[in-house]
Design a protein around this ligand. Structure first.
Ligand code: ATP
Ligand code: MG
Length: 656
């Protein structure tokens, strides 16, 4: 078997072979990036089928993403002796797809999974109905609920704990009502797939026993990013199975979504006598890249020390460059991509650009869109101007130019605290009867209390006046004045409501200020936005959007590899992101940790992100930082600055 494998170019090393052969009992592979963890799972699956003659239908392969599941199947098919029919019978998928299969199988009428929009709308309705004293941001409540479910504090009707920091009585009532509503309408959230599966397994011992007989060999990739609920699901299913989990605690980057890296670390305690295997040779990247990765991650205090080695080969030093601004950085990246491709060594598909947050990549996205270079984004993400934070600001601008713009008016009503459902019809009627614009019709809404009408009259006058301002001034005015301040509206700061999304939202608004700076007038800017949106639409309709340069966040690049990786925005405040550094900020995902702990963990998770980004490169790694970001001079990412002092790279960063 191992000799046949060599024909495919994979000559497994000793510990890798040991891991493939250890097919009984429990196996834990805790190993660094690119050391062949996923490869071992693939080979182990083939070994089970071809050598141990295990029927493929008894093998379960759990991956972190659907993309990873597809890749795993492709890799399996390249092994001699593995047939399409075999691969088709293996139970592969993500935790959620597996859970869905198990959970829905027992139901005559499976529920529908709600979209984010539907969920938010439902929460809004309930908050209104219940007339809670406080205004809750739906996103915040929903992420709180997801947290509760990921930790099994809520399973079906049962609230295992009522005591959650940051969850006030009103909020809990809203969430409970929300759960009832869902049940009445046969709807579920994404998280309910896992908890629903667990409930089903607990309630039906016969079904569980049958599944256990079926799932004799269970393997889980990226185990460092499982949460309590996923852990419980696997624990239930694999109680009598051979279980092999692989992961790298240094690549745990989903803490904010409830993943708990201590689960992988506890594995040996929970399975005494398990086989533990360490892999320490990185086969993916050249020495220079691996060296940089080691040097970055070394500074995390909460970790098990391990040093990745490489086989002798090209030095492959990481290449670093600085650009004056994000704009210039994007231009440099574009010409770098063109140079790499025209050298004939790479195709567009070989190149990936990685970044910490979507808004960091706005300029690059727009330049690529207008350049005609083929590129692909994750499920064709919305453009920056379609984000829910940004759209209302654009609508204010549009309306300031054209008070008859009905769509724009609809877009801003929520920001003026006016119900669209209740007043839109009336606005249209008033506009026709009085012969005034939609915007002016607001002043004549008789059903509104007089103080609100007075305020609206001021707003209408104010909005008409901002059209003449520079786009930057206009955006700032909107942030401060619209409906009493758009920033305030986004943060929902009144009445001490829950405000944890604030920082990420403000990030978008600062990026918007950056975007408008290039334009002298509001109409010019809006025309540019329309071009971008139209271009995106054409691209969606006509082009293949699954080919070309990959643009993705570091989070979604996990487990993947590319010949050329370009990491942009390597600056302080982006990597690490300011939410992880600033003690004033309270991102929702660290809400449930104690504050000192929260700070450390947040920063170490950012460092792991840097490590994940670096270790995606198979041949060349480029890293860049703008010197000015959103108008201010910014230091280079401290993670890299530190590492660059002890590992060589091409072109050194200057300390700023
Ligand atoms: P990550 O931590 O990023 O998930 P990983 O540990 O899962 O990485 P793999 O993706 O399995 O690593 O392997 C990284 C690269 O190294 C792949 O391109 C794989 O084909 C190659 N590789 C792994 N083991 C060997 C080997 N023994 N010989 C040659 N190439 C190998
Ligand atoms: Mg992997």
């Amino acid at each position: 078997f191992f000799r046949a494998l060599e024909q495919t170019g994979i000559r497994l090393n000793e510990p890798q072979i040991e891991a493939v052969r250890a097919v009984e009992g429990q196996v834990l592979i805790n190993a660094g990036a690119g050391s062949g963890k996923t490869t071992v799972l693939t080979c182990r699956t083939a070994y089970l089928m071809l050598v141990k003659r295990v029927p493929p239908r008894n093998i379960v392969l759990v991956t972190f993403t659907r993309q990873a599941a597809r890749q795993m199947k492709e890799r399996l098919l390249s092994i001699p002796g593995v047939t399409q029919a075999m691969v088709g019978q293996i139970i592969t998928g993500t935790f959620h797809s597996l859970a869905r299969t198990i959970y829905f199988h027992r139901l005559a009428n499976p529920p529908r999974i709600m979209s984010e929009k539907q969920k938010e709308f439902m929460i809004e309705q309930i908050t209104k109905e219940m007339a809670t004293g406080e205004q809750y941001e739906p996103e915040t409540l929903l992420s709180l609920l997801a947290y509760l479910k990921n930790n099994l504090f809520v399973v079906g009707d049962t609230w295992v704990t009522e005591e959650v920091e940051g969850l006030k009585d009103d909020a809990r009532r809203v969430l409970k009502r929300y759960e009832e509503h869902k049940r009445e309408n046969n709807l579920i959230d994404y998280e309910d797939l896992i908890t629903g599966c667990i409930e089903t397994l607990r309630a039906h011992p016969d079904y569980l026993a049958a599944l256990r007989r079926r799932m004799a060999y269970v393997m889980v990739d990226e185990y460092q990013d499982t949460n309590i609920a996923q852990y419980e699901m696997i624990r239930l299913l694999s109680a009598e199975a051979s279980l092999c989990v692989v992961g790298d605690p240094d690549q745990a980057i989903y803490g904010w979504r409830g993943a708990d890296p201590s689960i992988i670390l506890r594995f040996p305690d929970e399975h005494p006598g398990c086989t533990r295997i360490t892999l320490d040779i990185n086969y993916r990247s050249p020495a220079g890249v691996v060296g940089l990765g080691n040097e970055v991650i070394r500074h995390n205090r909460k970790r098990f020390k391990k040093e990745l080695k490489v086989l002798p080969g090209e030095a492959g030093l990481p290449k670093y460059f600085m650009a004056r601004s994000a704009e210039k950085e994007a231009e440099e990246v574009l010409s770098l991509i063109e140079r790499l491709v025209s050298s004939g060594e790479y195709t567009y598909n070989d190149i990936a650009v990685l970044y910490r947050t979507h808004s960091t990549a706005r300029t690059l996205y727009e330049k690529l869109l207008l350049s005609g270079i083929p590129f692909t984004t994750h499920r064709d993400d919305p453009t920056f101007y379609e984000l829910s934070t940004i759209r209302p600001v654009l609508d204010f601008l549009r309306l300031s130019l054209d008070p008859y713009n009905e769509e724009a008016l609809e877009g801003i009503l929520p920001c003026l605290y006016i119900s669209k459902a209740r007043y839109m019809k009336e606005i249209q009627i008033v506009s026709i009867q009085r012969g005034v614009s939609y915007l002016e019709a607001l002043v004549h809404l008789d059903a509104l209390p007089s103080f609100q009408r007075r305020r609206l009259a001021e707003q209408v006058g104010w909005l008409r006046s901002i059209a003449r301002l520079s786009p930057l001034q206009a955006v700032r005015e909107i942030r401060n004045e619209a409906g009493g301040g758009y920033d305030k509206f986004l943060g929902s700061e009144q009445d001490g409501a829950v405000t944890y999304h604030k920082e990420m939202l403000r990030d978008d608004l600062f990026e918007l200020e950056e975007a408008v700076k290039a334009f002298a007038t509001v109409p010019e800017f809006l025309a540019y936005v329309d071009t971008i949106l139209a271009q995106k639409e054409t691209r969606r309709k006509t082009q293949q959007i699954s080919q070309g340069v990959t643009l993705q966040t570091i989070h979604s690049a996990k487990g993947l590899e590319y010949p050329v990786v370009i990491l942009i925005g390597a600056i302080d405040g982006v990597l690490p992101h300011s939410i992880a550094v600033d003690p004033e900020e309270k991102p929702d995902y660290w809400l449930h940790k104690k504050s000192e702990e929260k700070q450390d963990e947040a920063l170490e998770e950012e460092r792991r992100l840097a490590y994940v980004a670096i270790t995606r490169a198979m041949r060349e790694l480029y890293i860049s930082s703008p010197q000015y970001f959103r108008g201010k001079p910014v230091p280079v990412s401290p993670f890299l600055l530190k590492a660059f002092q002890s590992v060589p790279q091409v072109l050194s960063p200057r300390k700023s």
